[in-house]
Write a protein that binds this ligand. Structure first.
Ligand code: ADP
Ligand code: ASP
Ligand code: MG
Length: 407
């Protein structure tokens, strides 16, 4: 039966939220409830629990250097499993429902396996299913490239699927259901006193996400910001209001903003140091150009004072890019680069720091008091990040959270 189109909403459920069949049943109930409120519902799901990690482990038993194409083929199956089971659970409750892979949902990406970017969404199939009165469940984290091969969007990428679909379908809003109550001042699983935020600007959320608060995929926030999609990050285990992510100007400014909004940590960091780079124009461009050609993201960079015409550069990348980075270093004849996997990044984020001098000094002082050595520093107008030893991360996060008295 065809019917008039209603307002569309996109609901995304993370791995823990669909962790077992009972939880998938609860998700089905929630989806149907939204549907009965008169909405057209598009659902995006992650893989069940730690399925993606288990799939990666299986590949690791066969080879330590798997083809990226095959890895994406493998990893995309996690979301196919959860989406089809959720569709069955919804059907079982008497509602029309269809599950779609990323490819069936029309999600077209670039060619970079394991970290592909969404280029375009052809949403006609989803629109057709909605018009036929069905709830549509889309497998998150995946798309298809111009060759017709399956790609994945990077760890945590189902958030990006959800926001991109919300944009393509002109949805009213996008809800991200997860295993915590919203976005907190720091990881609530690490610091008990972490404070849940009512609302956050896109810019602050972007800094929090890109510096390690894994509650939202960075590219999801970029998409939301660019297209003005309001996000509501909330718990899938209760009905409490979560955190709203929106334009700074739409946030209720009556509430006094703290100087520091959040503290983040990221243990997914590898530091590479190159000691003998010629100190002449174009060398850094050549070096980092090669990394960018291979789709390797560089995070922090520090160049040391040159001695005898040679410069030393240290930079950080993600561990997942390490094997390709080794090949790039070989091509650049930099096989003697020092690779350090025992580092981590900690950051403080807050729009208020622009108007308050002394925040960096405060951060370094708190770390110094704990005897935590700072190896690299980088800043943005609303963030300060330091690379430290991985073994000191929890210590550092707790000290900064209490040192800045975040309430
Ligand atoms: P999902 O599977 O729902 O996508 P994730 O594991 O990707 O969930 O993200 C949720 C987790 O993010 C939480 O369990 C929490 O430990 C972690 N996290 C880190 N920093 C924050 C933060 N500032 N606010 C909320 N959660 C955070
Ligand atoms: N299942 C994928 C992961 O574990 C994508 C996601 O959960 O968003 O990274
Ligand atoms: Mg996630």
């Amino acid at each position: 039966m065809m019917r008039a189109r209603k307002n569309i909403v996109v609901l995304k459920f993370g791995g823990t939220s669909v962790g077992d069949v009972r939880k998938i049943g609860k998700v089905a109930d929630r989806v149907i409830k939204t549907r009965n409120e008169g909405k057209d519902v598009v659902v995006v799901v992650s893989a069940m629990g730690d399925t993606t990690d288990r799939l990666i482990e299986i590949a690791g038993k066969v080879t330590c250097n798997p083809s990226r194409r095959e890895m994406d083929m493998l990893m995309s199956t996690g979301e196919q499993l959860s989406s089809s089971i959720l569709a069955m659970a919804v059907q079982e409750r008497g509602y029309g429902c269809v599950s779609l892979t990323g490819s069936q949902a029309g999600i077209l990406t670039d060619e970079f396996y394991s970290n592909a970017r969404i280029l375009n969404i052809r949403a006609d199939r989803i629109s057709k299913e909605l018009k036929e009165d069905k709830i549509v469940v889309v497998a998150g984290f995946q798309g298809i490239n111009a060759e017709g091969d399956i790609t994945t969007l990077g760890r945590g990428g189902s958030d990006t699927t959800a926001v991109a679909l919300a944009v393509a379908l002109k949805a009213d809003y996008c809800e991200i259901y997860t295993d915590v109550g919203g976005i907190y001042s720091t990881d609530p699983n690490l610091v008990r006193k972490a404070v849940k935020m009512h609302s956050l600007s896109y810019d602050e959320t972007l800094e929090l996400a890109s510096s390690g608060a894994r509650v939202l995929h960075t590219r999801a926030v970029e998409f939301a910001k660019k297209n003005n999609v309001v996000l509501h990050v909330r718990s899938s285990f209760n009905n409490d209001e979560g955190t709203w992510v929106m334009n700074e100007r739409d946030i209720d400014m009556k509430m006094e903003k703290p100087v520091i909004t959040g503290v983040t940590s990221d243990t997914d960091q590898v530091k590479i140091s190159i000691f003998e780079l010629e100190d002449k124009p174009g060398e850094a461009a050549r070096l980092f150009g090669k990394f960018s050609d291979n789709n390797i993201n560089i995070d922090l960079i520090v160049q040391n004072v040159s001695e005898k015409g040679l410069a030393a550069i240290s930079f950080t990348i993600k561990p997942g890019d390490l094997s390709i980075a080794r090949e790039v270093l070989k091509e650049l004849e930099q096989e003697h680069a020092v690779i350090d996997t025992e580092v981590a990044k900690i950051s403080i984020v807050g729009a208020g720091m622009q108007a308050h001098p002394g925040i960096a000094a405060g951060m370094f002082g708190i770390l110094a008091d704990r005897g935590i050595n700072i190896e690299m520093i980088s800043t943005s107008p609303i963030r300060i990040s330091c690379i430290i030893r991985k073994s000191r991360v929890k210590d550092a996060v707790r000290a900064l959270h209490s040192g800045f008295d975040i309430k």
